[in-house]
Every structure is written in structure tokens, then in C-alpha cells.
Design a binder for this molecule. Sequence first.
Ligand code: C2E
Ligand code: MG
Ligand code: MG
Length: 603
Amino acid sequence: MSKIKYMTSDDKPDSPSIAQIMRYIAPVSMQIRCLELLDHFFQNPLLLSAPVVDAEAMPIALIERRSFVEYFGKPFARELHERKSILEFLTAAPIACEAPIVIAASTSIDDVAAIVSGRDMQHMVSGFIITADGRYAGVANGHDLLNDITQRKQAELYFLAHFDQLTKLPNRMLFADRLNQACLEASRMGAMVGLMFIDLDRFKQVNDSLGHAVGDLLLKDAARRLRACAREYDTVARLGGDEFAVLLDKLDDAADADLVARRIIEVMRQPFYLVEHELFITASIGMAMFPHDDQDIGNLLAKADAAMYESKRNGRDGYLRYVPGVSMYSLDKFSLETDLRTALEDGEFILHYQPQVCLKTGVAIGVEALIRWQHPRRGLLSPGHFIEIAEESGLIVPIGEWALREACLQIRAWEEADLPALCMSVNVSALQFRQERFCRTVSSAIEAAGINPALLQLELTESMVMQRAPSVQGILERLRQIGVKLAIDDFGTGFSSLSYLRHFPIDRLKIDQSFVRGIDHTPANESIVRAITALAKSLSLELVAEGIETSTELAVVRDCGCHLAQGYLFLRPVEASGLAGWLEENSRRERHQRRLTARGKEA
Ligand code: C2E
Ligand code: MG
Ligand code: MG
């Protein structure tokens, strides 16, 4: 038996030239038609596979874009990527057979494979079919089999190439094609097309804490809900991860898009019941309109994406239409990641600090360290612009470690400047927390700065604490032994049973800002804050309300029984020097207030 050249995935260049293809397919005679077909194939990225035909228009090979080429050559052989063992088994067996052999691995209908060895294809009329495990399965006509494979493969590949396997929604590729078509049609008819990007908020937390299986169920259900919100002729697609898109075809009025967006926001807020979990998820939506916002499809996509990011930065659970001036960071997310890689070495990060105030006395009792990136070209960036990229790329680990060390050094610096001792809260990301060296990193930061560990508080999130509970318990205990304090940040947004609060050595809960925002006119938020306050009290935990912006919000939060607060109303996050000034003013005010109260009592 002659040697067959198997192509491995390493052999596959990204975009093979026709000459390269020819080399692989040769010496099967290539007719003009075949070349035309190849040309068409390479010029049309939506075509994922193409049969190569001979002069009689019979298929002689099947080319797949993803795997470069499915190989039928001389001897007529078809390469099966990642299923080489079957081929090796078959080709190694000394098959002393004059008749050509067709071998199909028929473990499943989609799993069709064929290798024909022996004569040139044109001589082959029929052959035996042998299954993957070597059983004889019948006789097949070479061309018929090939035709059959080609058709089935085409259908299978079309589905694989154009639909998302999990949700069965169109994928990015099909979506791009439909968007193209819709915009072409719209320019002809003078109509409008709406483009909507949808990202599920905090999906990562679900995946991290409850596992991928639950994450997948959530995505499926979210896809079903989205589909139900759109009109029949709209395309709802999954672009990847937790990103979806909706194409609103033939819009009469931009306001109709708002309507769909509002509907989506509303249905996503409804609880998801998955396995035994009841989950609450929200969505952030960005929209752009063709032709109004852009006539170029690439730009239109980027603008909808930018609007979506802006809507996330705006506090999530909402939708925004693109407006000129929306920062287009997502356009060059990649370059931001590149910059992020050198930012640490180049000393571009700084910490800002925001005080936490006791509502009984008005005195600052702590500060939270919040990272900022002094980007050489873009200016000062807050975490909303880069934390997600840092998390995706793993850079959050060294960045977070830097923040931890820096915060400890700042505690020391304030101590040396004789400022009142404040507890410093530092945010910890999930990835950082999962590092085996995490506890060591914490203790060495404390030692290096020579500070009292009780002045350091780590802010964790519910989902971090929830996952794989026994090992988490161990880590929390170790941190407790080191002497640091622990807080649960953004409390109320996670997906936890509350029993862990009793078991874990936690000192503080921080009510997420979304419950505080507008609490003075949102009774539901007030009820939530009251419930959390009661919970914290019964578990003897400190409670901080985050994101207080107005004095009316403050009044309601105080009335709910919450004694600690943080927010723009007191001070926006500022550099260390700015905080020192505020602290002095704060303690002067407090002394003054105390004197007044004392005098009032004397009188
Ligand atoms: P967080 O820990 O919940 O921090 C509170 C965020 O709310 C901060 O945003 C703060 O500036 C903002 N904020 C405070 N008061 C108000 C207010 O009254 N109104 C409004 N609208 N916002 C207020 P920031 O600094 O942009 O940080 C965002 C998030 O980035 C933080 O949320 C935290 O999760 C993360 N982060 C910040 N620094 C670090 C860090 O060093 N490491 C890690 N892993 N994450 C960090
Ligand atoms: Mg925090
Ligand atoms: Mg928070």
C-alpha cells in the first residue's frame, strides 16, 4: 500500500493559497470548474466547505475551511483530523485486496469518514464499507458515498458554521451576513435597521460559583427569552460567551427599538429557575441604528458595542443608544490589553481612596482603596475600563497584588504622619483569591509594610466565597489567623444561600449600590436594605451602605438602621494627599460637633 500523507493540524496554514491546495489535491486532475469553485470558496468567507468536482461534476474532494482541506488524493484518501487512530489502524493492516476499499467510521450518522485506498479514483466503482471498529458494513459506490458524505457534511457544516451549538441561535458569522443583507436592503428601500448588543451582567459570577453546567442552562434560557422579545423576522444571535445580538430589520421608528430593549431588560430581570437555583440576572444593552449612526457595518457594530460597554459602566441593567462621543474603548480592547501588560512595570497604576463614615458620629472609620490607571494616552482610567480585560487576561493577579502591597504601605505612611488609624479595605478579584499563594501574598504585604494586620480588610464577593465551600472555609480561616478583616462586597447581587454567612469568619457586609441608588423613592430597595440590615444585626456583622449620593438617600439608609456608609456625598475617591486633607477637616468638624453637643447638654 502506498504511503498516505496525513495532514496534521500543524500543517494547516491559516489561509492557504490555491497553489497550496492544488499541491495537496494533486494529482487528481483539476478542471477549470474546480478552480472556479475554489476561487469562489476563498473569496466567500461564509462558505465553510466546498466540494471539489471533476470534469463530470462528480465530487472528488471536500474542502473545509476550518480544517483547511479534507484530503482526497492519490491514492484516494480522506484525512480525518483527530481521528487518525482509525486510519492508522486501517492502513497498518495488511489488506490484501484487489478491490478498492471504502471505509466509513459510522459510529454516528454525522461521524462519517471514508478512506479509500488502492486504485485511482476513476477506476473505483464500488467498495466495501468498513466501520471504525473494523466491521464490514456493506458495499458502496464510490461516487455515491462521496456524494452522500458531501451532502451530509455540507448540511452539518452549514449548521456548525452558522449556528451556536448551545442555544441553537445564529452565530456571529450568520449574524454578520444577515446584518449585511438587511443594511443593503435598507439602503435600497430607504429603511432603518436596528442593531442591539446584549451582555448578561455578572454572568461570570454564575459560571464561577455554580459551574459551567448551570451557566449553560442560563444561557439557553436567556436565549429563549431574547427570542421571545424579538419580532419573528428579527435575528437573535449569540455572538459568544454571554454576548447576544439582535438585528431589528425594517424598523419604522427608532422608538420601536427602545421598546424591544425595554422588553428584554424586563424579561431578563425575572428569576431564572435552574436546577435548584433561583438566579437573578440583568442585561446591559447597547444599540446603534443604520444608517443614522453609521453606514459602515464594521463601525456600526463597534458603536453598538461601545454603547453596550457604556451601559455597563452606567450601572448595568439598562440600555443605551450610541451617541457620538461614547468612548469607543471596545474598538481597541486588544490594544488596551497590550498596554495593560506593561502598565505595572511602568508604574502607571495608582490607588485612590474613599472614606467610610460612621453615621452616628460622622467620623471616618475606614477607607477603601480603588485602583486607577494613569494611561499615557487616554488619561486616568477607572476600573470599569480595564478590570474586565485584566481578569480575562489573568493580569489581575499581579495588578491585585500590587494594589494590596501599595495599600499596606499607605496604611504605614498615614501611621507615620500621625493620622488616625483607619481600616483599609482592598478589593480582591476571584482569580487572585484562587491563587494558591494568596494567603502568603497577604501576609508578606503586611510584613513588608510593618503594619497591624487588623487594619487591613479584604473585600471579597459572594460568588468567590460560595464556590467550593470547604476549601474556601480553609482560606478564610487562614486569613483570619493572619489577622486581617473580611468583608463581602456588593452584597445582595450574588447568588448565595445565606447559610454560609453564619459559618464563615466574615466581619462586614457592603450593601451593593444598586439597592441604595434612589432608595428614597424606590420602596423595593428600601425593603431590601431593611432586610439586609436585620440580617447583619442578627449575625453581628458590620454593615456599610455603598454609593450614597444624596442626603435623602442617606436619611433613608440611616432610618433603615445602617450605621456605616460610603459614597460621593461624603467624598469621591481621591488620591492619598486629598484624603488626608478631607480627614483633617472631617475630624475638626466632628470635634466642633461634639463641643456643641456638650454645651447643649450643659445648658
Ligand atoms: P466596589 O469595590 O464596589 O467599589 C465601589 C465603587 O463605587 C467604586 O468605583 C467607587 O468609586 C464607586 N462609588 C463610590 N461611591 C459612589 C457613589 O456615591 N456613586 C457612584 N455612582 N459610585 C460610587 P470604582 O473605583 O470605579 O471601582 C469599581 C470596581 O472596581 C470596584 O467596585 C471594585 O470591584 C473594582 N476594583 C477597584 N479597585 C480594585 C482593585 O484594586 N482590585 C480589584 N480586583 N478590583 C478593584
Ligand atoms: Mg469594594
Ligand atoms: Mg461594592
